[in-house]
Design a protein around this ligand. Structure first.
Ligand SMILES: Nc1ncnc2c1ncn2[C@@H]1O[C@H](COP(=O)(O)OP(=O)(O)OP(=O)(O)O)[C@@H](O)[C@H]1O
Length: 433
């Protein structure tokens, strides 16, 4: 037996889970239920599952804004056809988050909409164009819709305290439009601010017939799904009720379902056996499922393994990201590695992805059980995230480890579409005034 094959065996026993998937599904299910009942930062209801019955033909346009990182995207979307009429993006260069930060963003959006004919000048039109505005905001918000923390290189200021993101964006629109009324002859009604997990889920519900779970595996890992309102503990019911119009009383809510932003990255403390090479700071212990499944952390585990076994030198100049791991798993790059080690490195990349797929298969099966096994023998998953999207091997392994047939559907542009769909469905449900 060669040194390489001995090493491969050793790593296989360290990386691949020792427990059976059936046991892991059981343990994940228990943890999900316990978090649903008691946890204050995960398994939070974010909105009601919108009613699909009524259809609305919006004359006013829906402007949707995706605020998720340093590149801000926006689009004009027509519904119910779900057509992106116009979309655009720009880099955010200013990283201090105060009211001026929002004013600058809104000014740039209005300028681009005007340049592309969506906003007219006052002397060009007798009537102001009207827009409903929907926002996907991928930073943590509290139940009132206020920013809790920013991260991703942004610095939050105290001036934001006490205002919701909806209020901040609405007041920026008022200010920019009133200061430039000759140029921007329009009204902007900010309707919904949702997070990215909910945006994916709403897109999935609107586009796919039999959807059950939406999944994000990009930089991070998250999932969103629905449960009956009655499953929520009283403190989560109360927090949700405060965000709803007063027409929703306890009786009507008992017939509703709610969308749960699970923050599943936190799952697995007593289940996932992290190895020393998986520890990238305290976050690995806090978010074990995210650590072994996401595009940010999994590549770093590969790097640590290669360093630990002296397969690469300490000063190895290549960035370990999702793209590199996916290429190695599919055996399609050896630009950076010595030929004698290349096969082993590809094998380790595959082992790490197999472990990730095992836990993803387990968590989606656990979610399927707690949501009531709606589809009996198949699970429909609408997903986003460049890491999962670019790895056939990852997707195939998720299917391999699942005892139920899993259908994975990629939902392109769902951050932009989901926010527009939230406004569209709620407007047709007469919730938005
Ligand atoms: N071509 C690729 N192949 C595989 N992985 C990729 C590729 N491009 C990017 N990734 C990985 O996907 C992750 C980024 O995912 P995505 O593009 O969905 O962005 P994101 O919005 O920042 O993620 P999240 O939705 O978790 O916030 C990174 O970890 C990156 O390493």
């Amino acid at each position: 037996m060669t040194i390489e094959s001995t090493l491969a065996r050793e790593l296989e026993s360290l990386i691949l889970p020792a427990d059976s998937i059936v046991n892991v599904v059981d343990q994940f299910q228990e943890e999900l239920l316990s978090r649903l009942q008691t946890n204050t930062i995960s398994m939070l209801p974010q909105c009601l599952v919108p009613d699909k019955r009524s259809r609305w033909n919006p004359e006013d346009k829906i402007l949707t804004i995706d605020f998720g990182g340093t590149r801000l995207k926006f689009a004009i979307i027509s519904l119910p056809q779900i057509v992106i009429e116009y979309n655009d993006a720009f880099e955010l260069t200013y990283n201090i988050v105060d009211s001026n930060f929002f004013n600058q963003i809104i000014y740039t959006i209005c300028t681009r909409l005007a340049a592309n004919g969506y906003i007219k000048k006052k002397n060009e039109s007798s009537e102001a164009s009207k827009f409903f505005v929907s926002v996907t905001f991928s930073f943590p918000l509290n139940p009132e819709g206020e920013v809790v923390a920013m991260g991703k290189g942004f610095v939050m200021t105290d001036t934001l305290q006490g205002s919701t993101v909806k209020q901040l964006i609405q007041s920026s629109f008022h200010r920019i439009i009133s200061e430039n009324i000759e140029e921007f002859f329009c009204t902007m009604n900010v309707c919904h601010v949702i997070n990215d997990a909910i945006a994916v889920s709403l897109t999935s519900k609107f586009i796919c017939e039999n959807d059950s779970i939406s999944l994000i595996i990009g930089t991070g890992t998250n999932a969103c799904f629905e449960v009956p309102y009655g499953y929520l503990p009283p403190f989560k019911r109360d927090a949700l009720r405060e965000t709803l119009p007063s027409s929703y009383n306890k009786e009507t809510l008992n017939f509703k379902h709610v969308l749960i932003n699970s923050e599943i990255g936190f799952i697995g403390k007593n289940v996932i056996a992290l190895q020393p090479f998986d520890i990238h700071g305290a976050i690995s212990y806090e978010m074990p499922l995210e650590c072994v499944t996401s595009g940010k952390w999994l590549p770093l585990s590969l790097k640590n393994i290669l360093l630990q076994y002296n397969i690469i030198p300490k000063n190895f100049p290549v960035e370990f990201n999702g793209e590199l791991v996916c290429q190695l798993a599919e055996d399609c790059t050896n630009a950076w590695f010595e030929n004698e080690h290349y096969a082993l490195i590809c094998q380790i990349a595959r082992l790490l992805i197999k472990r990730a797929a095992f836990y993803v298969a387990a968590i989606v099966q656990a979610i399927d059980i707690i949501t009531g096994c709606k589809n009996y023998n198949f699970i429909h998953i609408g997903y986003v995230g460049s890491f999962l999207h670019n790895s056939n091997f990852y997707r195939e392994q998720i299917k391999y480890y699942s005892s139920i047939h899993i259908k994975l559907q990629f939902l392109n542009h769902s951050n932009l579409l989901g926010a527009a769909i939230a406004t569209y469905l709620n407007k047709s449900d007469n919730q938005v005034q």
